[in-house]
Design a protein around this ligand. Structure first.
Ligand code: ZN
Length: 465
C-alpha cells in the first residue's frame, strides 16, 4: 500500500469508527431532555383538552407540562403536529397470556395438548401488541392452563420489568380464585376425574373461608399483585348459570379480608346482581362485568366508592361471533349482552366510578381501544371515557402517585393519537406514538400488527370471561 492509499485507508477507518460510534449511541441518553409537542393535550384531569400541549421529559420522568412551554436549549424536540398527547392508556381487565378469540370447541381441544412454554412465547407478542396500541399499563386478571402449575403472567410481568421483552406495566392476579364447579374451575364441562384429581387451592379452586384464605396466601406467595375471584357464574363456562352466586358471604368476607390484610386489592368477576351486592358489602375494590346489576346495587357501589369495570368489548365480541360458541354459551351471552347496556347507562348517570377494562383475550389483543367508542355510544362523554382509562384506572390500581396523569414528577408514560379524540373518540384506536417510562416504544406505524382474528385457536386456556 503506498502512502496516499494508506492515508485514504486511515481516513476511511476514522470515519467508519466515528459513524459506528454515532449509530451505537442510544436515541437519547438517560439525562437528555426530550420535548413532546402536539396541537392538543389531554392531561388526565382537566375537563377540556389543553391547546398547544408540551411535555418535557428527562430520564424516565415528566419534568414539566403545559401549554406553549418554552423549549429548553439542547432538548430533542418531537413535534407530533395535528395530534393529541395523553397519559398512556390503562386496561384494568386483560388476560395477556391467553387468546379466546377463535372457535370455542377448537380451543378446548387444543387445551389438552398445547405446550405452556409455547403459550408463554406467544404471550410476548400479545404484550407487544397491547403496548403498541397505547396501553402502557394493564391489570391482568387471571392466567391458568389446565393441568399446569406455571405462573405465565408472573413470568411475563417480570420479563417486561427487566427489559427482556417489550410490553405494558403489568399488575397480575395469577390464577383466579373460585368455587368447585364454578366459572374458574378448569375441569368443569370435562368428564369427571379426566385429569386424575379435583383442582384445589393451588389451582385457585377453594371452598370455605379457610381454603379461600389459603388460596389468597398461595397466590401472593407466587407473585400476585392483585387478587381475582369469580363470585358469580360466567358466559364462557359450561357448567354454571351466568348470574348465580358462587361464593357464600362468609367466603367473600374471607377473600377480601385476607387480600386486604396483605395489601392486595380484590377484583371480582361478577355478572349476577345478588353476588355483586354481597361482594360490595364485603368491601370488594372492583366489580368486573356487572351485567345484571340493578339500580339499587349501583347506588350502593356509588356510596361505597366501588369501581365498575364494564368490559363492554367482551360482550360485543362474543355477540358478533355467536357461531363460534356452543348453544348454551350463546344463550348466556345474549342474556348478559341484553342486560349490560342499560346497567352501564345507569352507572354513568349515577356517577359510579367506571374503570376502563376490556377483557382482552376474549377478542384479539391490541384492539383494547375499541372499548372507548362503546362507552361513548352508551352515554359517557369522551373526556370521561379518556379519564376512565387513565386517572381512574390509576386510582383503582393503586398507582396514581406514579402514573395516570401528565404531571411533573410522574413517570413519562405518554401516547399520542391523531386529531381530537373529543370530536372523534375512535382516534384512540389509531395511537401513533407510545412512550413508556421515557423510552419511545413506537413513533409511527406499529412494529407488530394486532393479533389477527382467527378461527383456528391454537392458544387456549380455561374459561375466564
Ligand atoms: Zn376476564
Amino acid at each position: 500500500m503506498n502512502v496516499l492509499a494508506c492515508r485514504r485507508f486511515c481516513a476511511w477507518l476514522v470515519l467508519a469508527i466515528f459513524a459506528f460510534t454515532i449509530c451505537a449511541i442510544p436515541i437519547w441518553a438517560a439525562d437528555n431532555v426530550v420535548v413532546l409537542k402536539a396541537e392538543r393535550m389531554f392531561d388526565g384531569k382537566s375537563k377540556t383538552l389543553v391547546q398547544h400541549g408540551v411535555v418535557i421529559i428527562q430520564g424516565d420522568k415528566i419534568v414539566d407540562v403545559g401549554s406553549n412551554l418554552a423549549i429548553p436549549s439542547g432538548a430533542q424536540v418531537i413535534d407530533l403536529g395535528d395530534a393529541t398527547l395523553a397519559p398512556g392508556f390503562m386496561d384494568a381487565h386483560t388476560h395477556l397470556t391467553l387468546d379466546y378469540s377463535g372457535d370455542y370447541n377448537v380451543r378446548r381441544l387444543h387445551e389438552l395438548d398445547l405446550n405452556v412454554s409455547e403459550q408463554a412465547i406467544k404471550a410476548t407478542t400479545y404484550a407487544r401488541a397491547t403496548v403498541e396500541a397505547g396501553f402502557t399499563t394493564v391489570r391482568d386478571l387471571g392466567s391458568r392452563f389446565v393441568g399446569s402449575r406455571e405462573f405465565v403472567d408472573v413470568a411475563l410481568r417480570n420479563s417486561i420489568n427487566k427489559g427482556v421483552i417489550v410490553g405494558p406495566r403489568m399488575l397480575v392476579a395469577t390464577k383466579g380464585i373460585g368455587a368447585t364447579g364454578g366459572h374458574f374451575d378448569p375441569t368443569s364441562g370435562f368428564r369427571d376425574f379426566l385429569f386424575g384429581r379435583e383442582p384445589d387451592y393451588t389451582d385457585g379452586i377453594a371452598n370455605g373461608p379457610e381454603e379461600i384464605r389459603e388460596a389468597v396466601r398461595f397466590e401472593v406467595k407466587n407473585g400476585a399483585d392483585v387478587i381475582k375471584a369469580a363470585v358469580s357464574g360466567g358466559v364462557l363456562s359450561l357448567a354454571d348459570e351466568v348470574d348465580t352466586p358462587q361464593l357464600t358471604p362468609a367466603e367473600m368476607a374471607a377473600l377480601i379480608d385476607e387480600s386486604h390484610r396483605l395489601r392486595k386489592k380484590v377484583a371480582v368477576h361478577c355478572h349476577g346482581d345478588q353476588a355483586a351486592r354481597e361482594a360490595i358489602e364485603a368491601g370488594v375494590d372492583s366489580i368486573e362485568h356487572g351485567s345484571f346489576m340493578k339500580p339499587e346495587t349501583l347506588t350502593r357501589m356509588k356510596n361505597k366508592g366501588t369501581f365498575l369495570t364494564p368490559t363492554l368489548m367482551a360482550t360485543e365480541w362474543i355477540m358478533s361471533k355467536l357461531d363460534n360458541y356452543p348453544a348454551a354459551l350463546q344463550a348466556k351471552a345474549k342474556a348478559a349482552g341484553a342486560a349490560r347496556s342499560d346497567m352501564f347507562r345507569s352507572a354513568v348517570k349515577m356517577g359510579v366510578k367506571i374503570s376502563f377494562g376490556t377483557d382482552a383475550a376474549v377478542f384479539p389483543h391490541g384492539q383494547n381501544a375499541k372499548e372507548f367508542k362503546l362507552m361513548v355510544d352508551l352515554g359517557m362523554t369522551p373526556i370521561d371515557a379518556l379519564k376512565s382509562a387513565t386517572a381512574t384506572d390509576a386510582e383503582l390500581l393503586g398507582i396514581a402517585q406514579k402514573v395516570g396523569t401528565l404531571e411533573k414528577g410522574k413517570l413519562a408514560d405518554i401516547i399520542a393519537m391523531p386529531g381530537d379524540p373529543t370530536a372523534d373518540i375512535t382516534a384512540t384506536e389509531r395511537v401513533s406514538f407510545v412512550m413508556k417510562e421515557g423510552k419511545i416504544i413506537r413513533n409511527g406505524p406499529p412494529i407488530v400488527q394486532t393479533t389477527a382474528e382467527s378461527t383456528q385457536a391454537t392458544d387456549i386456556a380455561a374459561p375466564v370471561d
